[in-house]
Design a protein. Sequence first.
Length: 262
Amino acid sequence: MFQLLDQRIKITNVNPRTEKHGEENKLACDIAINVTLSNEVLYDFEGGLKYALYKKDEENPDLLDSPTLLTKLKFPLLGAIKWAAELQLQTLIVDFGIGGISDIKLTECKVNKFVFNCQEGGSVEINFRVQAHPDQDQIGKLCTLIQQEVNITLRPSTGEEQLVTPEQKQARADAESLFHSSAEQLNQVMESMLQGSEQAESDVTFEEVEKYIAKETKVSVKSIMRDLKTTSLQASSIIADLIENGRIMEPNAQGVHLVVLD
């Protein structure tokens, strides 16, 4: 997963806005970020992405010894590449002032709108957007950093940072209760089906099957289920026994078995 640890980046824009949460407006913002990294970062998005976009520089023999050192663009005219991934529940920490408690820390962010600009030499420029919910003090600080280079950390939020509302907790509890209730009902249905299958198997005798086969020229699982009043499991078992004993032939494309005449 894409992460940045104390990485120097450029904040290219901050767009303050509001979001409707029920009847209330909640302060939000979109933070546009630009960073240039080694193309090794492409592994964080897709395992084969680096090999799809870069190749070895055969004009520089000193670089050919490493199989993973890909510095030459495969498609120089490809241009910017949009990547439709979205990371949920991310924490963004922006260095501000003397650091520590003065840093801007935003939790439960969304990270999306990735754009890759692959460059010769084995680097890739990445532009992306962070959607966050800052307070008024934080939004003011962020706006002062537009077009500035700063260090940031971007990583998944920890359990403590992923705040769960009482409504979300209740929804989870209801879902778990429904799951367990459904599982119990399913078990009861399966037990009833198995009991019915066992009862059906005990109702059909070998003699009945022989009499049935003697009157027919062809049979199938469906016909045995219909005429002998069996389950699909028992009908399949009867078919297998009849094939093994040479009483019927292998099925045709429609699943019908011809009866072998004595």
